[in-house]
Design a protein around this ligand. Structure first.
Ligand code: NAD
Length: 390
């Protein structure tokens, strides 16, 4: 039987002035199936209450902290209490918060990188398994229709055997030490206690790792990394270049940077196969370029019937007709739609549509943490080429 109500969402993080919590709130509610009813929105209890008022939720459900949120939500009746929580805090809080909610019986959508380190990631994988709850990870770039189309082209063998992947995520916003001005997003990202062992590589390098494994279906097995800290006094990498080896023998280049002045969010990927290659740019996400040895470049454009025919997942992730751009918010919303359908299936003890299972999960999160660990190990080592640990 279908669930005859909206899913109830809670949020930890996303207080006044925060970046990604607000994107989550807007994206989750885009399609009308989810309502935000509770939150512990800020590390500062007063600001959490303030956020609750701004969001016009019941002020009793804007909590002082996540522990209070769990205790009080558990006292509410089924259907009134939250069904799931979205964790949108800095990285050091992801694990304790996700663990506490899963163990209390709530489904969880969590920001990336999934945890602080690999140890926590492995523990979280066990907790997700034993809780039997749904766990989604917000690697939002997998939510784009043209990324799903790229994945499905590779799956269908259109490119032939994959030989090489080039993936980049340059930004320029940390080219100066703005963390010293109190800029809140910069302050925690450059602090090893909140960000984890890596700076730029953890923050945006993991998007490159996730995107390349998602599109190709391959796994990185070895890498050779060179991380740098360009801004004086900074304690975490703000730039990095990594060579990759994949499990089918393919090779790759991954570069992530936050000191590349002039770059905004220039995430892009090139995948080269034996027969064809493809190219996708996050800043122009409605187009996928396909190239073959002796022919003109094909431009596949989102919203056309031929895209949905080739990739039902891309069709499902499309709201607007061609020529009306969809982008960042919609990609988040697509991950929320699939996550929410999977939660609904759990609540109604039914099988989710197989396409609904297409969202990053705890395994993707563990891959991201292994990537960070291996990049850090390679940077320190003398022989450089370093294998992923299991
Ligand atoms: P931010 O600094 O803008 O916001 C963090 C918010 O969390 C603040 O409101 C802060 O008060 C709150 N907070 C901190 N500790 C808390 C706690 N214990 N309980 C309740 N609230 C707490 O940070 P941001 O840029 O929004 O990043 C947050 C997370 O989202 C990070 O893990 C980051 O890596 C991730 N992120 C992902 C994307 C993406 O594209 N998927 C983009 C940006 C950020």
């Amino acid at each position: 039987m279908a669930l005859n109500r909206k899913l109830k969402m809670g949020m930890v993080g996303g207080g006044p002035g925060a970046f990604i919590g607000d994107v989550h709130r807007k994206a989750a509610r885009m399609d009308g199936g989810i309502e935000l009813v509770a939150g512990a929105f800020d590390i500062n209890p007063r600001k959490s209450k303030q956020m609750g008022r701004e969001l016009l939720i019941d002020t009793k459900r804007a909590y002082r902290n996540y522990e209070e949120m769990i205790a009080r939500e558990l006292k509410l009746s089924d259907g009134e209490r939250i069904d799931f929580v979205s964790v949108t805090t800095p990285n050091n809080w992801h694990f304790p918060i996700a663990k506490a909610f899963l163990e209390a019986g709530f489904h969880v959508m969590c920001e990336k990188p999934m945890t602080f380190d690999v140890k926590e990631a492995k523990q979280l994988k066990q907790i997700v398994k034993s809780s039997r709850k749904v766990f989604g990870l917000m690697h939002n770039y997998t939510g784009y229709p043209m990324v799903k189309l790229a994945r499905d082209m590779v799956r269908a063998g259109d490119l032939g055997k994959i030989r090489k992947v080039v993936v980049q995520y340059p930004q320029g916003w940390l080219a100066q030490p703005i963390e010293r001005t109190g800029q809140m997003q910069a302050a925690w990202r450059t602090d090893p206690k909140q960000s984890g062992g890596a700076g730029c590589m953890g923050d945006i390098g993991t998007h490159c790792e996730n995107l390349s494994e998602y599109i190709t279906g391959l796994k990185i097995t070895h890498l050779c990394a060179d991380l740098s800290i360009f801004v004086k006094g900074r304690r975490l990498d703000d730039d990095g270049n990594v060579l990759l080896r994949f499990n089918n023998g393919a090779r790759g280049i991954l570069h992530a940077s936050q000191i590349s002045i002039g770059e905004e969010n220039n995430l892009a990927i090139w995948v080269y196969g034996e027969d064809r290659s493809l190219e996708w740019h996050q800043e122009h996400p409605n187009y996928l370029y396909v190239k073959e040895p002796d022919g003109p470049v094909q431009v596949w454009r989102r919203g056309n019937g031929y895209v949905a025919e080739k990739s039902p997942a891309a069709g499902r992730a499309t709201r607007l007709p061609f020529g009306h751009p969809e982008a960042f918010f919609e990609a988040f919303a697509n991950n929320y739609c699939n996550f929410a359908d999977t939660v609904r299936a759990k609540l109604t003890r039914t099988r989710p549509d197989p396409l609904a299972l297409d969202f990053p999960n705890v395994d993707s999160g563990l891959r991201g943490m292994l990537f960070i660990e291996t990049v850090l190990a390679s940077t320190k080592s003398k022989q450089k080429w370093t294998a992923f640990k299991k």
